[in-house]
Design a protein around this ligand. Structure first.
Ligand code: GTP
Ligand code: MG
Length: 166
């Protein structure tokens, strides 16, 4: 039996949750915005190159409209980890991600969670720095679903972290 884990994609509307999933699964980017209604569930197997069988991600790509209400829904039940996404050009989305990360940590203590600053292709600064109250630099990752920067590494690292905990 293949090891699998439910991973939540959380974060404000339009920050790129679905685009990160699409980059990860299909290595493809779509500039057209089609907002997620409710939740899309997608599975993808990734070889973690650790001598074990591939690891199955069961991504729960949520609708950013939920905000903190997502934690009152059935969608979060059984989550092994969360990727909490923000938009590098929208500081408010990073604040919201910090709040979601805090709620996730209290609801699922010890389960891996990372705050993602996505769309870094839109910044002029090649080495931007972001901080979120209560989070260390290790808790943050910078990505671009458009260029693919850091996307595969992000999922590979997360998969290894989840597998190590299991
Ligand atoms: P909801 O489902 O509404 O919550 O949004 P979402 O977080 O799933 O965002 P989505 O992936 O649909 O992306 C929203 C818009 O941002 C789309 O037009 C994407 O093409 C664009 N986008 C997503 N990621 C990136 C990125 O890394 N760089 C750039 N330049 N645009 C991006
Ligand atoms: Mg979406």
């Amino acid at each position: 039996m293949i090891a699998s884990a439910k991973v939540l994609l959380l974060g404000d509307i339009g920050v790129g949750k679905s685009s990160l999933a699409r980059r990860f699964i299909f290595d493809h980017f779509d500039a057209n915005y089609k907002t997620t209604i409710g939740v899309d569930i997608m599975t993808h197997d990734l070889d973690l190159e650790d001598g074990e069988a591939p690891f199955r991600f069961v991504l729960w790509d949520t609708d950013g409209d939920f905000g903190q209400q997502i934690f009152s829904s059935v969608y979060v039940v059984g989550a092994a980890a969360a990727l909490i996404v923000s938009d590098a050009t929208r500081p408010d989305s990073l604040t919201k991600a910090g709040g979601l990360a805090e709620t996730f940590a209290s609801r699922f203590p010890g389960r891996p969670a990372k705050v993602i600053v996505n769309k870094i292709d839109l910044l002029d600064d090649p080495a931007p720095r972001f901080t979120v109250d209560g989070l260390s630099a290790d808790d943050l990752a910078l990505t671009s679903a458009k260029t693919g920067q850091n996307v595969m590494q992000l999922f590979r690292t997360l998969g290894r972290t989840i597998r190590r905990r299991a």
